[in-house]
Design a protein around this ligand. Structure first.
Ligand code: ADP
Length: 158
Protein backbone atom coordinates (compact mmCIF):
# COMPACT_ATOMS: atom_id res chain seq x y z
CA UNK A 1 0.00 0.00 0.00
CA UNK A 2 1.07 3.57 -0.59
CA UNK A 3 0.69 5.99 2.31
CA UNK A 4 0.71 9.73 1.73
CA UNK A 5 2.42 11.53 4.62
CA UNK A 6 1.64 15.25 4.25
CA UNK A 7 3.11 18.01 6.39
CA UNK A 8 5.11 21.20 6.60
CA UNK A 9 8.39 19.50 7.64
CA UNK A 10 9.89 22.93 8.39
CA UNK A 11 12.25 21.24 9.13
CA UNK A 12 12.01 17.45 9.42
CA UNK A 13 12.71 16.13 12.95
CA UNK A 14 13.56 12.68 14.31
CA UNK A 15 9.84 12.43 15.18
CA UNK A 16 8.90 12.72 11.50
CA UNK A 17 11.70 10.34 10.53
CA UNK A 18 10.48 7.70 12.98
CA UNK A 19 7.00 7.93 11.49
CA UNK A 20 8.37 7.58 7.95
CA UNK A 21 10.37 4.47 8.89
CA UNK A 22 7.43 2.85 10.66
CA UNK A 23 5.10 3.84 7.82
CA UNK A 24 7.41 2.11 5.32
CA UNK A 25 7.58 -1.00 7.52
CA UNK A 26 3.79 -1.13 7.79
CA UNK A 27 2.64 -0.11 4.33
CA UNK A 28 5.62 -0.73 2.06
CA UNK A 29 5.59 2.73 0.52
CA UNK A 30 5.44 6.25 1.99
CA UNK A 31 5.14 9.33 -0.17
CA UNK A 32 6.29 12.32 1.88
CA UNK A 33 4.32 15.34 0.66
CA UNK A 34 5.78 18.71 1.59
CA UNK A 35 3.12 21.38 1.72
CA UNK A 36 4.00 24.51 -0.18
CA UNK A 37 1.68 26.99 1.46
CA UNK A 38 1.92 30.49 -0.02
CA UNK A 39 -0.05 31.98 2.91
CA UNK A 40 2.22 30.49 5.62
CA UNK A 41 5.76 31.82 5.80
CA UNK A 42 8.12 28.87 6.11
CA UNK A 43 11.61 29.06 7.60
CA UNK A 44 13.06 26.87 4.84
CA UNK A 45 12.08 26.99 1.17
CA UNK A 46 10.13 24.05 -0.15
CA UNK A 47 13.11 22.99 -2.27
CA UNK A 48 15.40 23.02 0.77
CA UNK A 49 12.91 21.06 2.89
CA UNK A 50 12.83 18.41 0.17
CA UNK A 51 16.65 18.28 0.09
CA UNK A 52 16.74 17.91 3.87
CA UNK A 53 14.19 15.07 3.79
CA UNK A 54 15.89 13.28 0.89
CA UNK A 55 19.22 13.48 2.70
CA UNK A 56 17.69 12.15 5.94
CA UNK A 57 15.78 9.31 4.27
CA UNK A 58 18.31 8.07 1.73
CA UNK A 59 18.75 4.81 3.65
CA UNK A 60 15.05 4.15 4.12
CA UNK A 61 13.73 2.05 1.28
CA UNK A 62 10.19 2.65 0.10
CA UNK A 63 9.93 6.40 0.60
CA UNK A 64 9.92 9.28 -1.84
CA UNK A 65 9.45 13.04 -1.39
CA UNK A 66 7.31 15.42 -3.41
CA UNK A 67 5.88 18.89 -2.89
CA UNK A 68 2.25 19.88 -3.24
CA UNK A 69 -0.09 22.82 -3.07
CA UNK A 70 -3.79 22.72 -2.38
CA UNK A 71 -5.83 19.92 -0.90
CA UNK A 72 -4.29 16.79 0.60
CA UNK A 73 -7.02 14.56 -0.88
CA UNK A 74 -6.27 15.93 -4.36
CA UNK A 75 -2.59 15.15 -3.84
CA UNK A 76 -3.49 11.63 -2.62
CA UNK A 77 -5.55 11.09 -5.77
CA UNK A 78 -2.89 12.50 -8.09
CA UNK A 79 -0.24 10.10 -6.73
CA UNK A 80 -2.57 7.10 -6.34
CA UNK A 81 -2.10 6.88 -2.59
CA UNK A 82 -4.20 4.38 -0.63
CA UNK A 83 -4.31 6.24 2.67
CA UNK A 84 -3.19 9.34 4.52
CA UNK A 85 -0.66 8.95 7.34
CA UNK A 86 -0.40 11.40 10.25
CA UNK A 87 1.30 11.35 13.63
CA UNK A 88 -0.08 11.92 17.10
CA UNK A 89 2.11 13.23 19.88
CA UNK A 90 -0.36 14.23 22.57
CA UNK A 91 -4.03 14.96 23.22
CA UNK A 92 -3.34 18.49 22.03
CA UNK A 93 -2.67 17.10 18.51
CA UNK A 94 -5.78 14.97 18.58
CA UNK A 95 -8.45 17.65 18.27
CA UNK A 96 -6.81 19.32 15.29
CA UNK A 97 -5.92 16.04 13.57
CA UNK A 98 -9.45 14.72 14.00
CA UNK A 99 -10.89 17.86 12.44
CA UNK A 100 -8.51 17.60 9.47
CA UNK A 101 -9.28 13.88 9.03
CA UNK A 102 -13.04 14.56 9.06
CA UNK A 103 -12.60 17.43 6.60
CA UNK A 104 -10.65 15.19 4.25
CA UNK A 105 -13.31 12.45 4.51
CA UNK A 106 -16.00 15.00 3.73
CA UNK A 107 -14.11 16.03 0.60
CA UNK A 108 -13.28 12.52 -0.58
CA UNK A 109 -14.40 9.49 1.44
CA UNK A 110 -12.06 7.23 -0.50
CA UNK A 111 -9.25 8.10 1.91
CA UNK A 112 -8.83 6.89 5.47
CA UNK A 113 -6.41 8.72 7.72
CA UNK A 114 -4.22 6.36 9.75
CA UNK A 115 -2.57 7.76 12.87
CA UNK A 116 0.62 6.44 14.38
CA UNK A 117 1.43 7.33 17.95
CA UNK A 118 4.83 8.91 18.38
CA UNK A 119 7.60 7.10 20.20
CA UNK A 120 7.51 8.48 23.75
CA UNK A 121 11.03 9.87 23.49
CA UNK A 122 9.96 11.92 20.45
CA UNK A 123 6.69 13.14 21.91
CA UNK A 124 8.03 16.60 22.81
CA UNK A 125 9.53 17.14 19.36
CA UNK A 126 8.12 19.61 16.88
CA UNK A 127 9.71 21.70 14.16
CA UNK A 128 8.95 24.89 16.09
CA UNK A 129 10.51 23.58 19.32
CA UNK A 130 13.68 22.66 17.42
CA UNK A 131 13.83 26.10 15.80
CA UNK A 132 13.35 27.82 19.16
CA UNK A 133 16.17 25.83 20.78
CA UNK A 134 18.44 26.40 17.76
CA UNK A 135 17.76 30.13 17.89
CA UNK A 136 19.36 30.26 21.32
CA UNK A 137 22.23 27.97 20.30
CA UNK A 138 20.89 25.03 22.37
CA UNK A 139 21.73 21.38 21.72
CA UNK A 140 19.65 19.99 18.85
CA UNK A 141 21.64 16.90 17.90
CA UNK A 142 19.05 14.60 19.51
CA UNK A 143 16.20 16.36 17.69
CA UNK A 144 17.21 16.52 14.00
CA UNK A 145 19.73 14.84 11.68
CA UNK A 146 23.13 16.59 11.51
CA UNK A 147 22.54 17.90 7.96
CA UNK A 148 19.46 19.76 9.21
CA UNK A 149 21.14 20.88 12.45
CA UNK A 150 23.75 22.58 10.27
CA UNK A 151 21.03 24.40 8.30
CA UNK A 152 19.45 25.56 11.56
CA UNK A 153 22.77 26.85 12.91
CA UNK A 154 23.32 28.72 9.63
CA UNK A 155 20.10 30.67 10.28
CA UNK A 156 21.72 32.32 13.31
CA UNK A 157 24.54 33.65 11.18
CA UNK A 158 22.21 35.75 9.04
P1 ADP B 1 1.65 20.20 9.77
O1 ADP B 1 1.91 21.67 9.64
O2 ADP B 1 0.85 19.62 8.65
O3 ADP B 1 1.12 19.78 11.14
P2 ADP B 1 4.15 19.05 10.60
O4 ADP B 1 5.43 18.96 9.81
O5 ADP B 1 4.19 19.85 11.85
O6 ADP B 1 3.07 19.54 9.58
O7 ADP B 1 3.67 17.58 11.00
C1 ADP B 1 3.36 16.62 10.03
C2 ADP B 1 2.82 15.38 10.71
O8 ADP B 1 3.85 14.77 11.50
C3 ADP B 1 1.66 15.66 11.70
O9 ADP B 1 0.75 14.58 11.62
C4 ADP B 1 2.33 15.66 13.04
O10 ADP B 1 1.43 15.28 14.07
C5 ADP B 1 3.40 14.62 12.82
N1 ADP B 1 4.52 14.82 13.74
C6 ADP B 1 5.21 15.95 13.97
N2 ADP B 1 6.14 15.78 14.93
C7 ADP B 1 6.04 14.48 15.32
C8 ADP B 1 6.70 13.67 16.32
N3 ADP B 1 7.63 14.20 17.12
N4 ADP B 1 6.30 12.39 16.45
C9 ADP B 1 5.33 11.88 15.65
N5 ADP B 1 4.64 12.59 14.73
C10 ADP B 1 4.99 13.87 14.56
Amino acid sequence: MKALYPGSFDPLTFGHLDLIQRGCDLFGEVLIAVLENPSKKATFSCARRIEQIEHATNEISGCRTISFRGLTVDCAQKYNADLILRGLRAMSDFEYELQVAHTNRSLNNQYETIFLATETHHSFLSSSVVKEVARFNGEIRHMVPEFIARDLRELNKN
